[in-house]
Ligand binder design. Structure first.
Ligand code: SAM
Length: 274
């Protein structure tokens, strides 16, 4: 949209600066945000929910796609007027809500607007709320169609780490059991304004068609908490309170293994036996 000011101009017009308390590091290059959205898509005909739009770089890129609707959730009230300006070119397709994404009920948000019950999530997440939001979208009652999420590199590596890798842990098991996970882009700290202390990466997570039932997911959370809570110990010791050696033998898993040597599918088998 050529008639919109640049993101920098927009920030200047509204007298806005990044605030540390809100974890604000902005992407002001539309070529970068368009690439993230292209790799995270397609969104044709679907609703997209964006968390933390800030100055709106990803927002604009989503609005340039064939997504039928974009609902942006921003906690920092200072950005609402700036974002509302996107309604001039995009009209009813775009809406911004001032809210804390951790407290939003996505099912109600969509139902209240008579929209289909599932939507894609796109977000350059504030670092301090990135993992809790991911856990909410992975294990909560509402299931997104897909999630395209920016994390600090260390968290992105944990999400996609294969069994045996140093980064392999609880988040890897839970994310990979529930979703197909792929790191689709690396971004150096200098890509952001102001630059954060660490590099970032974008991960795309697509929920699997068959989702294990809630009880199994709860057991998986318990098992991985115990196993990776003491990751240097053998499983027969770290899982003692959950059945220890007997559980491992029933699941066909060598009791002397450590958590990082057990694949997501093996954790699922154990969770099914709890
Ligand atoms: N998406 C923008 C971009 O890429 O330039 C901004 C990214 S900035 C890292 C994170 C944004 O999330 C900020 O706009 C911040 O105000 C917002 N935010 C922080 N905590 C939030 C929360 N709990 N719910 C919704 N938005 C939040």
């Amino acid at each position: 949209m050529t008639d919109l000011p640049t993101l920098r101009e927009s920030l200047e017009q509204h007298g806005l600066m990044a605030k540390k308390a809100f974890g604000q590091h902005f992407l002001l290059d539309l070529n970068v945000t368009r690439k993230i959205v292209r790799l995270g898509g397609p969104y044709d005909g679907d609703t997209v929910i964006e968390v933390g739009p800030g100055p709106g770089g990803l927002t604009r890129a989503v609005l340039e796609t064939e997504a039928s609707r974009l609902i942006a959730i921003e906690k920092d009230a200072r950005f609402i007027d700036l974002l509302e300006e996107l309604k001039i070119p995009y009209g009813e397709r775009f809406e911004v809500i001032e809210a804390d994404a951790l407290k939003v009920d996505e099912s109600a948000l969509l139902a209240d607007r008579n929209l289909p019950p599932r939507a894609h999530i796109v977000s350059n997440l504030p670092y301090n709320v990135g993992t809790p939001l991911l856990i909410k979208w992975l294990t909560g009652p509402w299931r997104p169609l897909s999630m395209t999420l920016m994390f600090q590199l260390e968290v992105a590596l944990r999400v996609v780490a294969p069994v045996g890798d140093d980064d392999y842990g609880r988040l890897s098991v839970i994310a990979q059991v529930l979703c197909d996970c792929e790191k689709i882009m690396d971004l150096p700290a200098r890509a952001f304004t102001p630059p954060p202390k660490v590099d970032s990466a974008v991960v795309r997570l697509t929920p699997k068609a068959e989702r294990p039932d809630d009880a199994l997911v709860k057991n998986l959370e318990k098992l991985t908490a115990a196993a990776f809570g003491q990751r240097r110990k053998m499983l027969r010791a770290s899982l003692k309170s959950l059945g220890g050696e007997a559980l491992l033998v029933r699941a066909g898993i060598e009791p002397t293994l450590r958590a990082e040597q057990v694949a997501p599918g093996d954790f699922v088998r154990m969770a099914g036996l709890l």
